[in-house]
Design a protein around this ligand. Sequence first.
Ligand code: COA
Length: 234
Amino acid sequence: MDQTFKVLVANITHVGFADEICKEMEESAKARGTGIAKRSPAYLQQKMQEGKAVIAFAPDGKWAGFCYIESWGHGEYVANSGLIVAPLYRKSGLARLIKKKIFDLSRATYPNSKIFGLTTGLAVMKINSELGYEPVTYSELTQDDAFWQGCKSCINYDILMSKDRKNCLCTGMLYDPKDHYEPAKTLSEFKKKEKIYERLLRFKQGRFLKILKRNNLIIVLSGFFAWLLIHHNH
Ligand SMILES: CC(C)(COP(=O)(O)OP(=O)(O)OC[C@H]1O[C@@H](n2cnc3c(N)ncnc32)[C@H](O)[C@@H]1OP(=O)(O)O)[C@@H](O)C(=O)NCCC(=O)NCCS
């Protein structure tokens, strides 16, 4: 099925899809009960006009998926953010196609930049691992205040700030063009730890979340799992 999607670098002809994409981003975040860095339709339109976004369409021309590039720390880092696949087209390999396209676009546009992402999603962690990203502590991500400001619209922002931006519910992942493992290695590491990731996500999304958050235990547990994930690699 994935061969039938059109996955393109977005341009000015796609700006009319920005409203629909934004709505789906918000609804999906609500449904998952997790936070996102909210973006306006105008912001997505700008990304399309700058050639810094990827858009996907189903064979009948319906919008099917989206992702965009943001640059931080004067180009030292880029993030591939806002990944979304329309519900109808999920679990058919489309996110993998979009992430590959935006990764290649990022490498071509910003060849010297480190590429990073923050995510609570197992699918995204898996796809990132296939591309050569590895899990890292937040200290290895951009320290650009403007990036972290984007987390303000996330429901977990108070947790992030209470930890001086050193930890939160998201896992940080990084691809450093100058110092990275081959994708086969990062993927096999991911597979070894997939069960740990699953347990971590269950903790974060489970019914104990409120209690854990209130007592700050979620951060202790997240820190512990992050430590396991990162130190097993080395
Ligand atoms: C997360 C999301 C982008 C995945 O899109 P998708 O097109 O369904 O993903 P794919 O079909 O390309 O799946 C890629 C891999 O992840 C796995 N996967 C997909 N959804 C998953 C889920 N909810 N939980 C665990 N694994 C999942 C797939 O099984 C596949 O692995 P496999 O080929 O080895 O079986 C989509 O569910 C979505 O838009 N969700 C809402 C927004 C969101 O969470 N964005 C990510 C923000 S960081």
